[in-house]
Ligand binder design. Structure first.
Ligand code: C2E
Ligand code: CA
Ligand code: CA
Ligand code: CA
Length: 278
């Protein structure tokens, strides 16, 4: 029986593929990273298409791993979500982004700060307390905080989610729908939830100038946003032609490598202080 147990153990050890091992090590690694301060936030500028001014920034989480170097969020956020660690990690991002926004505010820059939320955070009854804590702890004007949600998170439509959104909106915090157009065709939630911005998914923006369908979809989303009195934000702007096309379509705000890559907060501040009319 002892030998069989050992064999069974060996069998499972071998069957556990490298991905699963990586998964486990990342999970414990993530817990350590939070304790040891290995996370940092990069910021990507958001530019007004009317004035060319930097009006805000999106906070994007980075993990500066002691051996692996800078790990992109796609490599660890799914694991953080599965393990529930996204809740304390997300709370840290929120506090850090609010601290940065307040620092900009104190230096005379009125930049909004957009923070990505995970479904798990939105489903928790302590979300409002976490947001209030980040705002109060930093002194950031709630009007300068923006929370980015995805369509799939909003169609869940549970009491907790609806209550969280209602209370967040009541605080003056902005709410935007991220990756808009990739989720669900049922749009009834938009009016019901009183969101502020639609972020047109990168997949449409990327080939706006080369693909007729993408151009039509982008134009339609901008019209939809304006019809509902919402701000239209384009993400993934990688060249001048796309920027010009978006201005032509009356899109309000844009974000992308052409306008500024995600980077340290200083780079956003530098860009925000430039006089940069189109
Ligand atoms: P997202 O919210 O859609 O963020 C935009 C992503 O597009 C970022 O990738 C950004 O670096 C990238 N990007 C920006 N401009 C361009 C462009 O012109 N071209 C291309 N090809 N890409 C561009 P990143 O930083 O790797 O983040 C990936 C995703 O990870 C984010 O997608 C978001 O869903 C998630 N994420 C990032 N930070 C957080 C966070 O603090 N909390 C949560 N829950 N998710 C986060
Ligand atoms: Ca986002
Ligand atoms: Ca997005
Ligand atoms: Ca995304």
């Amino acid at each position: 029986a002892k030998a069989a147990g050992r064999d069974t153990h060996r069998f499972y050890a071998e069957a556990m593929n490298t991905e699963a091992v990586a998964h486990l090590s990342t999970r414990s690694g993530l817990r350590r990273a939070l304790e040891r301060g290995e996370f940092l936030v990069h910021y990507q500028p958001q530019v007004s298409l009317e004035t060319g001014a930097v009006i805000g920034a999106e906070a994007l989480l980075r993990w500066n791993h002691p051996d692996k170097g800078m790990v992109p969020p796609g490599a660890f956020i799914p694991i953080a979500e599965d393990s529930g660690l996204i809740v304390p990690i997300g709370a840290w991002v929120l506090a850090e982004a609010c601290r940065q926004g307040a620092a900009w505010q104190a230096r005379g820059l009125s930049l909004s700060v957009a923070v990505n939320l995970s479904a798990l955070q939105l489903q928790r009854s302590d979300l409002v307390r976490t947001v209030t804590g980040a705002l109060d702890g930093s002194g950031l004007d709630p009007l300068l905080l923006e929370l980015e949600l995805t369509e799939s998170m909003l169609i869940q439509n549970t009491d907790v989610v609806m209550d969280n959104l209602r209370r967040i909106k009541a605080m003056g915090v902005q709410v935007s729908i991220d990756d808009f157009g990739t989720g669900y065709s049922n749009l009834s939630y938009i009016g019901r939830l009183a969101v502020d911005k639609l972020k047109i998914d990168r997949s449409f923006v990327a080939d706006l100038t080369s693909n007729h369908d993408s151009a039509k979809i982008t134009a339609a989303v901008i019209q939809l946003a304006h019809g509902l009195n919402l701000t239209a934000v384009a993400e993934g702007v990688e060249d001048a032609a796309t920027l010009a096309a978006l201005r032509q379509l009356n899109c309000d705000v844009a974000q992308g490598y052409f306008l500024g890559r995600p980077g340290p907060a200083d780079a956003v501040e530098h860009a925000a202080r430039q006089v940069n009319p189109f």
